[in-house]
Design a protein around this ligand. Structure first.
Ligand code: NAP
Length: 292
Protein backbone atom coordinates (compact mmCIF):
# COMPACT_ATOMS: atom_id res chain seq x y z
CA UNK A 1 0.00 0.00 0.00
CA UNK A 2 1.43 3.42 -0.90
CA UNK A 3 0.24 6.79 0.35
CA UNK A 4 0.17 9.35 -2.46
CA UNK A 5 -0.74 13.04 -2.78
CA UNK A 6 -4.13 11.89 -4.06
CA UNK A 7 -4.86 9.48 -1.18
CA UNK A 8 -8.07 10.09 0.72
CA UNK A 9 -7.75 9.96 4.49
CA UNK A 10 -9.87 7.79 6.78
CA UNK A 11 -9.34 7.34 10.50
CA UNK A 12 -10.56 6.66 14.00
CA UNK A 13 -10.87 9.07 16.93
CA UNK A 14 -10.81 7.90 20.53
CA UNK A 15 -9.26 8.40 23.95
CA UNK A 16 -7.30 6.19 24.31
CA UNK A 17 -6.88 5.02 20.73
CA UNK A 18 -3.47 3.32 20.62
CA UNK A 19 -5.07 -0.09 21.32
CA UNK A 20 -7.42 0.14 18.31
CA UNK A 21 -7.40 -2.67 15.73
CA UNK A 22 -9.17 -0.46 13.16
CA UNK A 23 -6.01 0.88 11.39
CA UNK A 24 -4.73 -2.70 10.89
CA UNK A 25 -8.10 -3.89 9.63
CA UNK A 26 -8.85 -1.01 7.24
CA UNK A 27 -5.33 -0.65 5.85
CA UNK A 28 -5.33 -4.40 5.10
CA UNK A 29 -8.57 -3.94 3.12
CA UNK A 30 -7.15 -0.85 1.33
CA UNK A 31 -4.01 -2.79 0.35
CA UNK A 32 -5.99 -5.84 -0.81
CA UNK A 33 -8.28 -3.71 -2.99
CA UNK A 34 -5.46 -1.36 -4.12
CA UNK A 35 -7.69 1.70 -3.63
CA UNK A 36 -6.30 5.19 -3.00
CA UNK A 37 -7.02 5.61 0.72
CA UNK A 38 -5.11 5.45 4.00
CA UNK A 39 -6.43 4.97 7.55
CA UNK A 40 -4.87 6.53 10.66
CA UNK A 41 -5.63 6.83 14.39
CA UNK A 42 -6.20 10.25 15.99
CA UNK A 43 -5.92 10.58 19.77
CA UNK A 44 -8.65 13.14 20.51
CA UNK A 45 -9.25 14.33 24.08
CA UNK A 46 -12.88 14.81 25.19
CA UNK A 47 -12.70 18.63 25.17
CA UNK A 48 -11.35 18.60 21.59
CA UNK A 49 -14.12 16.62 19.85
CA UNK A 50 -15.70 19.72 18.26
CA UNK A 51 -12.35 20.96 16.96
CA UNK A 52 -11.53 17.50 15.62
CA UNK A 53 -14.73 17.44 13.56
CA UNK A 54 -14.08 20.96 12.25
CA UNK A 55 -10.66 19.64 11.23
CA UNK A 56 -12.29 16.76 9.39
CA UNK A 57 -14.14 19.29 7.21
CA UNK A 58 -11.14 21.63 6.91
CA UNK A 59 -8.71 18.89 5.94
CA UNK A 60 -11.13 17.20 3.58
CA UNK A 61 -10.94 13.92 5.47
CA UNK A 62 -13.30 11.35 3.92
CA UNK A 63 -14.57 9.70 7.09
CA UNK A 64 -13.93 8.59 10.64
CA UNK A 65 -14.73 5.81 13.02
CA UNK A 66 -15.55 6.98 16.52
CA UNK A 67 -14.63 4.93 19.56
CA UNK A 68 -14.90 5.26 23.34
CA UNK A 69 -15.60 7.80 24.85
CA UNK A 70 -16.78 9.99 21.94
CA UNK A 71 -19.69 8.01 20.41
CA UNK A 72 -22.28 10.28 22.03
CA UNK A 73 -20.30 13.54 22.11
CA UNK A 74 -19.82 13.67 18.32
CA UNK A 75 -23.57 13.72 17.69
CA UNK A 76 -24.08 17.45 18.38
CA UNK A 77 -21.43 18.32 15.76
CA UNK A 78 -23.05 16.42 12.88
CA UNK A 79 -25.42 17.70 10.18
CA UNK A 80 -27.39 14.48 9.87
CA UNK A 81 -27.67 11.24 11.85
CA UNK A 82 -29.04 7.95 10.51
CA UNK A 83 -32.24 6.52 11.98
CA UNK A 84 -30.31 3.58 13.47
CA UNK A 85 -27.68 5.77 15.13
CA UNK A 86 -30.43 7.99 16.58
CA UNK A 87 -32.27 4.94 17.91
CA UNK A 88 -29.12 3.46 19.44
CA UNK A 89 -28.02 6.88 20.73
CA UNK A 90 -24.43 6.50 19.49
CA UNK A 91 -22.44 7.22 16.34
CA UNK A 92 -19.44 5.02 15.47
CA UNK A 93 -18.98 6.16 11.86
CA UNK A 94 -18.87 9.64 10.33
CA UNK A 95 -18.94 10.21 6.60
CA UNK A 96 -18.39 13.53 4.82
CA UNK A 97 -21.07 13.62 2.14
CA UNK A 98 -21.00 16.72 -0.09
CA UNK A 99 -20.24 19.21 2.69
CA UNK A 100 -22.36 17.49 5.33
CA UNK A 101 -21.10 15.35 8.18
CA UNK A 102 -23.36 12.31 8.48
CA UNK A 103 -23.33 9.97 11.49
CA UNK A 104 -24.04 6.22 11.34
CA UNK A 105 -24.02 3.31 13.76
CA UNK A 106 -22.58 0.20 12.08
CA UNK A 107 -22.54 -1.96 15.25
CA UNK A 108 -26.18 -2.88 14.57
CA UNK A 109 -25.27 -4.19 11.10
CA UNK A 110 -22.15 -5.85 12.56
CA UNK A 111 -23.93 -7.90 15.19
CA UNK A 112 -26.82 -8.87 12.90
CA UNK A 113 -24.49 -10.03 10.12
CA UNK A 114 -22.41 -12.00 12.65
CA UNK A 115 -25.56 -13.68 14.02
CA UNK A 116 -26.82 -14.50 10.51
CA UNK A 117 -23.60 -15.39 8.65
CA UNK A 118 -21.42 -16.84 11.42
CA UNK A 119 -23.91 -18.17 13.99
CA UNK A 120 -26.18 -19.14 11.06
CA UNK A 121 -29.38 -17.91 12.70
CA UNK A 122 -31.98 -17.80 9.95
CA UNK A 123 -35.04 -17.28 12.11
CA UNK A 124 -34.61 -15.34 15.31
CA UNK A 125 -36.08 -16.96 18.44
CA UNK A 126 -39.06 -15.41 20.26
CA UNK A 127 -36.97 -14.75 23.39
CA UNK A 128 -33.41 -13.38 23.43
CA UNK A 129 -31.25 -12.46 26.44
CA UNK A 130 -28.72 -9.61 26.51
CA UNK A 131 -26.10 -9.55 29.28
CA UNK A 132 -25.03 -5.96 30.00
CA UNK A 133 -26.63 -2.55 29.52
CA UNK A 134 -23.80 -0.28 28.32
CA UNK A 135 -23.03 1.13 24.88
CA UNK A 136 -22.74 -2.21 23.06
CA UNK A 137 -25.98 -3.40 24.69
CA UNK A 138 -27.85 -0.45 23.16
CA UNK A 139 -26.87 -1.56 19.64
CA UNK A 140 -27.56 -5.23 20.39
CA UNK A 141 -31.00 -4.73 22.03
CA UNK A 142 -32.02 -2.47 19.13
CA UNK A 143 -30.77 -5.05 16.61
CA UNK A 144 -32.61 -7.94 18.31
CA UNK A 145 -35.74 -5.90 19.08
CA UNK A 146 -36.19 -5.00 15.41
CA UNK A 147 -35.98 -8.60 14.08
CA UNK A 148 -39.05 -10.46 12.86
CA UNK A 149 -39.94 -13.24 15.28
CA UNK A 150 -38.38 -11.69 18.39
CA UNK A 151 -41.20 -11.10 20.88
CA UNK A 152 -39.20 -10.44 24.05
CA UNK A 153 -35.68 -9.36 25.02
CA UNK A 154 -34.45 -9.77 28.60
CA UNK A 155 -31.63 -7.43 29.66
CA UNK A 156 -29.59 -8.63 32.66
CA UNK A 157 -27.06 -6.22 34.17
CA UNK A 158 -25.03 -5.74 37.34
CA UNK A 159 -26.64 -2.29 37.72
CA UNK A 160 -30.33 -3.09 37.28
CA UNK A 161 -31.33 0.60 37.07
CA UNK A 162 -29.22 0.95 33.92
CA UNK A 163 -30.95 -2.10 32.41
CA UNK A 164 -34.34 -0.56 33.28
CA UNK A 165 -33.50 2.71 31.53
CA UNK A 166 -32.33 0.83 28.42
CA UNK A 167 -35.44 -1.38 28.44
CA UNK A 168 -37.78 1.63 28.61
CA UNK A 169 -35.97 3.30 25.68
CA UNK A 170 -35.78 0.21 23.49
CA UNK A 171 -39.33 -0.97 24.16
CA UNK A 172 -40.53 2.44 22.96
CA UNK A 173 -38.28 2.47 19.89
CA UNK A 174 -38.61 -1.15 18.74
CA UNK A 175 -42.10 -2.01 20.02
CA UNK A 176 -40.69 -5.30 21.38
CA UNK A 177 -41.22 -6.22 25.03
CA UNK A 178 -38.09 -5.74 27.15
CA UNK A 179 -37.68 -7.36 30.61
CA UNK A 180 -34.85 -6.68 33.04
CA UNK A 181 -32.99 -8.39 35.87
CA UNK A 182 -29.71 -8.72 37.74
CA UNK A 183 -26.78 -10.93 36.70
CA UNK A 184 -27.62 -13.39 39.54
CA UNK A 185 -27.67 -17.19 39.14
CA UNK A 186 -31.42 -17.68 39.70
CA UNK A 187 -32.34 -14.78 37.40
CA UNK A 188 -30.07 -16.11 34.64
CA UNK A 189 -31.50 -19.61 35.09
CA UNK A 190 -35.09 -18.34 34.64
CA UNK A 191 -34.18 -16.07 31.72
CA UNK A 192 -32.29 -18.81 29.82
CA UNK A 193 -35.02 -21.46 30.18
CA UNK A 194 -37.07 -20.49 27.12
CA UNK A 195 -34.46 -18.30 25.39
CA UNK A 196 -32.83 -19.16 22.05
CA UNK A 197 -30.04 -16.58 21.85
CA UNK A 198 -27.82 -15.00 24.53
CA UNK A 199 -25.59 -12.04 23.65
CA UNK A 200 -22.92 -10.95 26.11
CA UNK A 201 -22.22 -7.22 25.94
CA UNK A 202 -20.53 -6.91 29.33
CA UNK A 203 -16.78 -6.40 29.31
CA UNK A 204 -16.31 -9.41 31.61
CA UNK A 205 -13.83 -11.89 30.12
CA UNK A 206 -12.03 -9.23 28.09
CA UNK A 207 -8.20 -9.24 28.06
CA UNK A 208 -6.43 -8.98 30.52
CA UNK A 209 -9.28 -10.15 32.84
CA UNK A 210 -9.64 -13.38 30.87
CA UNK A 211 -10.79 -15.46 33.85
CA UNK A 212 -13.88 -13.36 34.56
CA UNK A 213 -17.33 -14.18 33.16
CA UNK A 214 -20.88 -12.80 33.49
CA UNK A 215 -22.25 -16.35 33.91
CA UNK A 216 -23.16 -16.98 37.56
CA UNK A 217 -23.71 -20.76 37.27
CA UNK A 218 -23.12 -23.04 34.29
CA UNK A 219 -26.17 -25.13 35.26
CA UNK A 220 -28.33 -22.28 33.86
CA UNK A 221 -27.05 -23.04 30.35
CA UNK A 222 -28.72 -25.61 28.06
CA UNK A 223 -27.69 -27.03 24.73
CA UNK A 224 -30.44 -25.27 22.69
CA UNK A 225 -28.89 -21.86 23.38
CA UNK A 226 -26.69 -19.95 20.94
CA UNK A 227 -24.21 -17.59 22.61
CA UNK A 228 -22.76 -14.56 20.89
CA UNK A 229 -20.03 -12.98 23.06
CA UNK A 230 -19.19 -9.49 21.78
CA UNK A 231 -15.80 -9.68 23.54
CA UNK A 232 -13.21 -10.25 20.78
CA UNK A 233 -10.00 -10.36 22.80
CA UNK A 234 -9.35 -13.16 23.67
CA UNK A 235 -10.83 -14.90 20.63
CA UNK A 236 -12.29 -17.59 22.91
CA UNK A 237 -13.64 -16.43 26.28
CA UNK A 238 -14.37 -18.29 29.49
CA UNK A 239 -18.09 -17.65 28.85
CA UNK A 240 -17.85 -19.31 25.42
CA UNK A 241 -16.14 -22.35 26.97
CA UNK A 242 -18.91 -22.64 29.60
CA UNK A 243 -21.62 -22.69 26.89
CA UNK A 244 -19.64 -25.15 24.76
CA UNK A 245 -19.20 -27.45 27.78
CA UNK A 246 -22.96 -28.22 27.77
CA UNK A 247 -23.15 -28.57 23.98
CA UNK A 248 -24.41 -25.05 23.18
CA UNK A 249 -23.00 -23.15 20.19
CA UNK A 250 -20.80 -20.17 21.13
CA UNK A 251 -19.22 -17.49 18.95
CA UNK A 252 -16.75 -14.70 19.77
CA UNK A 253 -17.08 -10.99 18.93
CA UNK A 254 -14.39 -10.78 16.26
CA UNK A 255 -16.82 -11.12 13.36
CA UNK A 256 -19.02 -8.32 14.73
CA UNK A 257 -15.92 -6.12 14.87
CA UNK A 258 -14.97 -7.00 11.30
CA UNK A 259 -18.51 -6.58 9.92
CA UNK A 260 -19.07 -3.19 11.59
CA UNK A 261 -15.74 -2.09 10.12
CA UNK A 262 -16.68 -3.47 6.70
CA UNK A 263 -19.92 -1.50 6.77
CA UNK A 264 -18.04 1.74 7.60
CA UNK A 265 -15.58 1.02 4.78
CA UNK A 266 -18.43 0.53 2.30
CA UNK A 267 -20.10 3.78 3.43
CA UNK A 268 -16.88 5.76 2.80
CA UNK A 269 -15.60 4.11 -0.36
CA UNK A 270 -18.67 2.57 -2.01
CA UNK A 271 -16.71 -0.70 -2.18
CA UNK A 272 -17.40 -3.91 -0.18
CA UNK A 273 -14.09 -4.82 1.49
CA UNK A 274 -12.71 -8.38 1.79
CA UNK A 275 -13.81 -9.36 5.31
CA UNK A 276 -11.55 -12.45 5.37
CA UNK A 277 -8.49 -10.21 4.90
CA UNK A 278 -9.70 -7.86 7.65
CA UNK A 279 -10.37 -10.76 9.99
CA UNK A 280 -6.99 -12.42 9.45
CA UNK A 281 -5.08 -9.27 10.30
CA UNK A 282 -7.02 -8.78 13.56
CA UNK A 283 -6.56 -12.43 14.56
CA UNK A 284 -2.78 -11.97 14.15
CA UNK A 285 -2.81 -8.66 16.02
CA UNK A 286 -4.80 -10.12 18.98
CA UNK A 287 -2.25 -12.94 19.27
CA UNK A 288 0.76 -10.60 19.19
CA UNK A 289 -0.79 -8.09 21.61
CA UNK A 290 -1.53 -10.73 24.27
CA UNK A 291 2.00 -12.16 24.11
CA UNK A 292 3.54 -8.83 25.11
N1 NAP B 1 -17.28 -7.03 18.83
C1 NAP B 1 -17.51 -5.75 18.65
O1 NAP B 1 -17.52 -5.23 17.52
C2 NAP B 1 -17.81 -4.89 19.83
C3 NAP B 1 -18.36 -3.61 19.67
C4 NAP B 1 -18.63 -2.85 20.81
C5 NAP B 1 -18.32 -3.36 22.06
N2 NAP B 1 -17.78 -4.60 22.17
C6 NAP B 1 -17.45 -5.18 23.50
O2 NAP B 1 -18.53 -4.98 24.39
C7 NAP B 1 -18.05 -4.86 25.70
C8 NAP B 1 -18.72 -3.69 26.40
O3 NAP B 1 -18.45 -2.48 25.72
P1 NAP B 1 -19.34 -1.17 25.99
O4 NAP B 1 -18.89 -0.14 25.05
O5 NAP B 1 -20.78 -1.54 26.06
O6 NAP B 1 -18.85 -0.79 27.49
P2 NAP B 1 -19.68 -0.01 28.62
O7 NAP B 1 -20.64 0.93 28.02
O8 NAP B 1 -18.65 0.47 29.58
O9 NAP B 1 -20.53 -1.19 29.35
C9 NAP B 1 -19.87 -2.18 30.11
C10 NAP B 1 -20.88 -3.25 30.55
O10 NAP B 1 -20.17 -4.27 31.26
C11 NAP B 1 -20.69 -4.37 32.60
N3 NAP B 1 -19.60 -4.65 33.53
C12 NAP B 1 -18.36 -4.08 33.53
N4 NAP B 1 -17.64 -4.58 34.57
C13 NAP B 1 -18.45 -5.45 35.21
C14 NAP B 1 -18.27 -6.29 36.36
N5 NAP B 1 -17.11 -6.33 37.06
N6 NAP B 1 -19.30 -7.08 36.74
C15 NAP B 1 -20.48 -7.07 36.06
N7 NAP B 1 -20.70 -6.30 34.98
C16 NAP B 1 -19.69 -5.50 34.57
C17 NAP B 1 -21.33 -3.03 32.87
O11 NAP B 1 -22.27 -3.17 33.91
P3 NAP B 1 -22.72 -1.88 34.80
O12 NAP B 1 -23.76 -1.16 33.98
O13 NAP B 1 -23.24 -2.47 36.04
O14 NAP B 1 -21.48 -1.05 35.01
C18 NAP B 1 -21.95 -2.73 31.50
O15 NAP B 1 -23.15 -3.47 31.33
C19 NAP B 1 -16.52 -4.74 25.59
O16 NAP B 1 -15.95 -5.99 25.91
C20 NAP B 1 -16.28 -4.43 24.14
O17 NAP B 1 -15.06 -4.96 23.67
C21 NAP B 1 -17.53 -5.36 21.09
Amino acid sequence: MSIRATSQVLGVIGDPVAHSFSPDMHNAAIAALDVDYCYVAFHVLPDRVGEALKGLRGLNIRGLNVTIPHKLAVMEHLDRISEEALAVGAVNTISREEDELVGYNTDVYGVLRALRDIAEIETFPAHCVVLGAGGAARAVTYALGTQDGVQRVTILNRTVKRAEALAVDMEKITGTKMDVGALDADVQCRAFTDAGVVVNTTSLGMYPEVNSSPLADVSAVHSDLVLYDTVFNPLETQLMRAFQSVGALAFGGLDMLVFQGARSFAIWTGVEPPTDVMKNVVVKRVGTKNEK
